[in-house]
Ligand binder design. Structure first.
Ligand SMILES: Nc1nc2c(ncn2[C@@H]2O[C@H](COP(=O)(O)OP(=O)(O)OP(=O)(O)O)[C@@H](O)[C@H]2O)c(=O)[nH]1
Ligand SMILES: [Mg+2]
Ligand SMILES: [Zn+2]
Length: 319
């Protein structure tokens, strides 16, 4: 029987586009047996590595097996982790692009992207593009919190071709989710690193994404040399659904060494005495803006927990 391994690039109406290791793309449907598996983690997503098998007549490819995943970017429905949806599988990193100016970088939004990546146990990389528009040492100072937290930060300019080779090297051979607000230069960066590559990375189409029930699938784009870029309808839409408020602190990397030092095990790092996180903020080892982001996001998550908790309870009682 003819069998080969491949990577799922996209799915449309039950038909999946699978790129074989040798480069050609096949359309394949999922074997009935796999369709029936109820396990959430077995649901197929772009980025999944699969085994293809040719049917007896030699006419169609079928996905016979989904190979184990090493990571995933998931979207969870509000309220107790039901209805998890895998946006992409085997993601190696999230690349968050902002502009140094035009538009001004939005730190709160950056922190939100980083939290979503951390909540999915994915590594992040920050790109500050249009660096030629500002004083570069000032920009470096403004982003020193992130460097200190352990995030790689790239300062780039498409206009002056700064930092593009370094970024290109970090995309090679990896599967990257590229995201960031509109107008920061995501398409320009990709086009200048990979001339001729036609990507719509990270673009958020307002009309398709407004309804919560509309689902727009992600696409996996092979890069010309090696590696893939995941084209999602936008990470922001993923929200922080499913992240419990008591786990938010761990999604701020630089908080982690301090959390176990707090006097109370369930410390919210707001008003509790003996809070090691607040002490680190006072001493400057945690940036105050990062701490402010934490407080705001915590409020936001707690609000949604209050909103969804009765709903979840009612559901549980019914079943
Ligand atoms: N000054 C300057 N302008 C840049 C740079 N990179 C991109 N631009 C400009 O910024 C504008 C937006 O760039 P795009 O690449 O379309 O931005 P995008 O992030 O793909 O935006 P969306 O597709 O809307 O999400 C364009 O006019 C680019 O020419 C840069 O390094 N410096
Ligand atoms: Mg674009
Ligand atoms: Zn604390």
């Amino acid at each position: 029987m003819t069998r080969k391994e491949g990577v799922v690039l996209k799915g449309t109406g039950g038909l999946w586009h699978v790129r074989a290791e040798t480069g050609e793309t096949h359309e394949a449907s999922l074997r009935g047996r796999l369709k029936q598996e109820r396990e959430e983690t077995k649901k197929l997503a772009v980025g999944d590595r699969v085994m293809l098998e040719m049917d007896q007549r030699g006419a169609h490819w079928a996905i016979a097996e989904i190979l184990p995943r090493h990571s995933q970017l998931a979207r969870r429905a509000p309220g107790a982790g039901q209805g998890e949806r895998i946006v992409a599988a085997n993601v190696d990193q999230v690349v968050v692009v902002f502009a140094a100016a035009k538009p001004e970088p939005h730190r709160r939004m950056l922190d939100r992207f980083l939290v979503i990546a951390e909540a999915n146990s994915l590594q992040s990389r920050i790109v500050l593009n249009k660096i030629e528009l500002v004083d570069s040492s000032e920009a470096e100072r403004a982003f020193s919190d992130y460097v200190a937290a352990g995030y790689p930060v790239h300062f780039t300019s498409v206009k002056q071709r700064i930092g593009l080779d370094e970024l290109h090297d970090q995309l090679a051979g990896k599967t990257s989710v590229l995201t960031g607000p509109s107008g920061v230069g995501k398409s320009s960066l990709m086009n200048s690193m990979y001339p001729g590559l036609d990507l719509r990375v990270g673009e958020i189409s307002e009309s398709v994404n407004k309804g919560r029930h509309t689902t727009v699938g992600a696409l996996l784009h092979p890069l010309p040399d090696s590696g893939y870029v995941v084209d999602t309808p936008g990470l922001r839409e993923l929200g922080m659904w499913g992240l419990a408020s008591e786990h938010l602190d761990e999604c701020f990397r630089e908080f982690r060494p301090h959390i176990p030092q707090c006097k109370f095990g369930n410390c919210t790092h707001r008003v509790e005495p003996g809070c090691a996180v607040r002490q680190a903020v006072a001493q400057g080892s945690i940036g105050s803006e990062r701490y402010d982001s934490y407080l705001r996001l915590r409020e936001e998550i707690e609000d949604s927990e209050r909103k969804w908790a009765p709903h979840t309870l009612a559901k549980k009682r019914r079943s």
